[in-house]
Design a protein around this ligand. Structure first.
Ligand code: FAQ
Length: 311
């Protein structure tokens, strides 16, 4: 019966066993995973837009080839994650509809504009850096298909992070104007990157249960602190400052202290009122509608194949 199934499930999770698609799971576990994986997949797909904005304006063939490959990787991550979500009994088209109707979220970070090419470097450095920090522990998530997807995604994200940092290093060796561009982009992306980790723990309704189910392995604040600690030496090596007067090493804690992000800004951006929310969703809707004929043709082709095989 239900109680026995529930106990069996909880014992397996506590024993660090992987949960697989055919296993019995509580409805809450399924729902939480669909929510998180869908939000993650949507983020990868919407995340193609701010960077895609610069493909035609990359400063050299080399930078264009790198950026094109990176944006294609994000598309791959999105499809991979939609497939992981489908193992939980939802349909990719249903998830896409929910994104377009704004019934499901995507990461706040992709609602900020990319104003110049230094932003491409800073997205690699800070946004992919934060993504890795958040996603490496998810390789140990209790749900098998999600955890396995994370392994490959993290490898590609590490490469993305390095290309961003290398781009910024190159600009920092350039003209004073180029160094200023890097500093300006860093100033604009720093706080939004910290917000990627979600609301503070006291204000995070899902963390406790997700940790108990071992979907998440660390709290939002733990990961945010880890990101700050690993990023400060990178900023020093690069020669930029971070826009936070409260940043300083705390010997007692063994961590950097840092200022409080503007949580009202995160709330605003999550609820649809960020600088680019409307544009991002409108563009996604348009691309989806423009692609309708491809989906129809693929479905017609599959039906024909199936009919042929029956004969
Ligand atoms: N933006 O209770 P919590 C990438 C929502 S990286 C928007 O703390 P949870 C790579 C949250 O969903 C970005 N919404 O929630 C890339 C919840 O909503 P609901 C994607 C946010 O789930 C790089 C509510 O607030 N990465 O794409 C945000 O326990 C470069 C309450 O929050 C992932 O998705 C936010 N920042 O913790 C691509 C990683 N924060 O539905 C292109 C996987 C929170 O209850 C270019 N996800 N919310 O109303 C996670 O680790 C978790 O879901 C968190 C949130 C940590 C994001």
């Amino acid at each position: 019966d239900e109680t026995a199934l529930q106990e069996h499930f909880e014992r397996r999770v506590a024993g660090e066993e992987r949960i697989e698609p055919r296993d019995w799971v509580p409805e809450g576990y399924r729902k939480t995973l669909v929510r998180q994986i869908a939000q993650h997949a949507h983020s990868e797909i919407i995340g193609m837009q701010p960077e895609g904005n610069w493909i035609t304006r990359a400063p050299s063939l080399r930078r264009k080839a790198i950026l094109l490959a990176k944006v294609q990787d994000e598309a791959g991550h999105g499809l991979y994650l939609y497939s992981a979500a489908e193992t939980l009994g939802v349909d990719r088209s249903e998830l896409t509809d929910k994104l377009i109707d704004q019934r499901q979220k995507y990461s706040s970070i992709f609602n900020y504009p990319t104003l110049n090419f230094a932003d491409i470097g800073v997205i690699g450095w800070l946004v992919d850096g934060a993504a890795i920090c958040n996603q490496v522990p998810l390789c140990r998530s209790s749900y098998g298909p999600y955890a396995r997807a994370m392994v490959r995604i993290c490898k590609e994200e590490s490469f993305h992070q390095r290309q961003g940092y290398e781009l910024l290093m190159t600009m920092m060796r350039g003209t004073p104007e180029q160094r200023e561009m890097v500093q300006d982009a860093t100033d604009r992306w720093w706080w939004p990157s910290l917000m990627m980790f979600g609301p503070p723990d006291g204000d995070s309704p899902n963390t406790q249960q997700s940790m108990a189910w071992r979907i998440k392995r660390h709290t939002n604040d733990e990961l945010r602190q880890k990101f700050v600690d690993m990023t400060i030496p990178q900023a020093e090596a690069l020669g930029v400052t971070l826009p936070d007067p409260d940043l300083r090493w705390n010997d007692e804690r063994g961590h950097y202290d840092f200022g409080e992000p503007d949580w009202s800004e995160l709330k605003r951006v999550i609820s649809g009122d960020g600088p680019c929310n409307e544009q991002r969703i409108a563009r996604r809707r348009e691309a989806h509608e423009d692609g309708a004929w491809v989906r129809e043709a693929a479905a017609a082709h599959a039906a024909k194949q199936a009919a042929r095989e029956e004969v």
